[in-house]
Design a protein. Sequence first.
Length: 242
Amino acid sequence: MEKVALVTGSSRGIGAAIATLLAHEGWAVCINYLEQRKKAEALVAKLRTEGCVAMCVQADVADRSSVDAMVRQIEDALGHVTLLVNNAGIARQQQFQDVDQETWHRILSVNLGGCFNCSQAVIRPMLREHSGCIINISSIWGSHGASCESVYSSSKHAIIGLTRSLAAEFAPSGIRVNCVAPGVIETDMIQALGEETLAVLRKEMPFRRFGTPEEVAKSVLHLATAEYITGQVLTVDGGFLF
């Protein structure tokens, strides 16, 4: 069977690093994006010049019909998805009393709903083949909670629960489901915290630095190839939360 990977939210940041590493390791990769078309197309072009097989598809992971259409495009071009990395996610820092219904539903629909939609969209061929792997990207704040991140933390905690439930359900069918929980990683997302907050955070890190997207990608690759690991949450935070 061909190795085909779908990495959601992979036009930049952690997703792009994951897609790049998987492509170099022999997967035919689909770069999924919502708005960053130019970045997605540039990444595909770069990977192809490096001898990799890659394509990109626009889809809102919160929209099931959009996800189904994306998966059909992947199957037509590359074959059935054998590795799904549910990476797409959004966050917003707010005090709990200021969170409105729209924000609550949108963050949950993308972060948790995206995992649900994409996993359902690819699971039937995996069940038929008794083979496949799903890796969900959670966060350390999904395990511990974070001030002013109640919605984001809730969604990421739910992803851990979904991971463990699906791992138990699909193990008899030879399908593995695991989770990676990054800590503070050098991406555009953390810049919203401001340099003063980031400077304080760096001093709290045992390594005195933030993690890199490439370090998260290596953890994803490990879980993608570790054939006797399922239902686990691999924390990649440099020892920030022991």
